[in-house]
Design a protein around this ligand. Structure first.
Ligand SMILES: *Cc1c(COP(=O)(O)O)cnc(C)c1O
Length: 377
């Protein structure tokens, strides 16, 4: 037996949707793209959505649309996947790491304030595990210093911040449809926004910087004509992937409810255990639970992880503070320290959570975790 920390749920309807698209006229840049975009935009309550090839491309395109470029600084969290910060580097700009709040594990607005300089252009907030960041405070800082806010919501499709679905709060919000995320398209990503100008930029950058929109072209030589307005990329998604995404979206609420059931069982099993700190839950917010992250107290985290893996439980650690990566250390980040992030990282373990994790598998995980944190390595 091997239980991974996360995996996709694909059913016959998903498979049929993909087959239908393979038999249809368009494999890419056909009708499924806008159908999937509309589906996600409607779900989160945003006006516009742009589907791209993956969540990292979504972040890169969002940074470019925000005008982030050489000389700019962008504040983000170290407790994230490297892509959140790498997207800033792709633009020739500099990621600056603000420490996390030790309770929520999300970027701490107080530390954002300390990291602001004359060069700061944007904030990339990451809703770690699906728990919303303190967006009111982040927005206040952004307004005060005239900064753009991008939310990396790779973990937070379906999460709610004070009555608002993640995806409507900031200038742009990005999602990922990698197989471990809430819904999957194999690889895939999306940017949502309420701003028409940003929407047009995102659409153009996704496809080589090219437009056929007569409103945006300086002249028009004929039906074949298009103009490249800036340097874009081929970050398009295929119709095959979007067909899978549309089918997956129908099950998103069910997927989230399954995740919530697992969280309730884990929380109940671990809440009184002195060697385990269960996730903190913010009032007035709704975590969509991409990950279930505990802190192991008083124990050697590495040995706990190794013992769980030996029992067939594919636990993982999210995340290694980004600035400690060798690439970052050798590119100007050798002295960076975020104490809260480092302490949390030294104790974090992500336990298995995904919709098809059975009750028996949950019981097995609970039993083994409790046994092993007792010191029974
Ligand atoms: C998964 C993830 C990404 C990258 O998404 P891909 O689709 O794998 O490119 C970016 N940020 C965070 C926080 C993620 O979890």
């Amino acid at each position: 037996m091997y239980i991974p920390y996360g995996t996709q749920s694909i059913d016959d309807d998903d498979i049929q949707a993909v087959i239908n698209t393979l038999k249809a006229d368009y494999l890419t840049t056909g009708p499924k793209i806008s159908e999937f975009e509309d589906c996600v935009a409607k779900y989160v309550g945003a006006k516009y959505a742009v589907a791209v090839s993956n969540g990292t491309a979504a972040l890169h395109v969002a940074c470019l649309a925000a005008g982030i470029s050489k000389g700019d600084e962008v504040i983000t969290t170290p407790i994230t996947f490297v892509a959140s910060a790498n997207s800033v580097l792709y633009c020739g700009a500099t990621p600056v790491f603000a420490d996390i709040d030790p309770k929520t594990y999300n970027i701490d607005p107080k530390d954002i304030r300390k990291k602001i300089t004359a060069k700061t252009k944007a904030i990339i907030a990451v809703h770690f595990t699906g728990q919303p960041c303190d967006m009111d405070e982040i927005k206040k800082i952004a307004d005060e210093f005239n900064l753009i806010v991008i939310e990396d919501a790779a973990h937070a499709l379906g999460a709610v911040y004070k009555g608002r679905r993640i995806g409507t709060i900031s200038d742009m919000t990005t999602f990922s449809f990698h197989p471990v995320k809430h819904i999957t398209t194999g690889e895939g990503g999306m940017i949502v926004t309420n701003n028409k100008e940003l929407y047009q930029k995102l659409s153009i950058i996704r496809s080589h910087g090219i437009t056929r929109n007569p409103e945006l072209m300086s002249c028009n030589d004929g039906p074949w004509y298009y103009q490249q307005l800036e340097l874009g990329y081929n970050y398009r998604m295929t119709d095959i992937q979007c067909a899978l995404g549309i089918s997956q979206m129908k099950k998103l609420d069910f997927f989230i409810s399954r995740r919530l059931e697992i969280v309730d069982r884990y929380n109940n099993a671990f809440k009184d255990n002195e060697n385990i700190l269960i996730p903190y839950q913010l009032d007035g917010c709704y975590n969509s639970w991409h990950l279930y992250v505990i802190q192991v107290m008083n124990r050697d985290r590495r040995r706990v992880v190794e013992a769980l893996i030996a029992k067939g439980i594919g636990v993982n650690v999210h995340y290694i503070p980004v600035y400690t990566q060798p690439y970052y250390r050798s590119h100007g980040y050798s002295d960076v320290v975020c104490p809260n992030a480092e302490t949390a990282y030294s104790r974090f373990i992500s336990l298995p959570i995904f919709p098809k994790l059975s009750k028996e598998e949950q019981d097995y995980v609970i039993e083994q975790v409790i046994k092993i944190v007792e010191g029974d390595y």
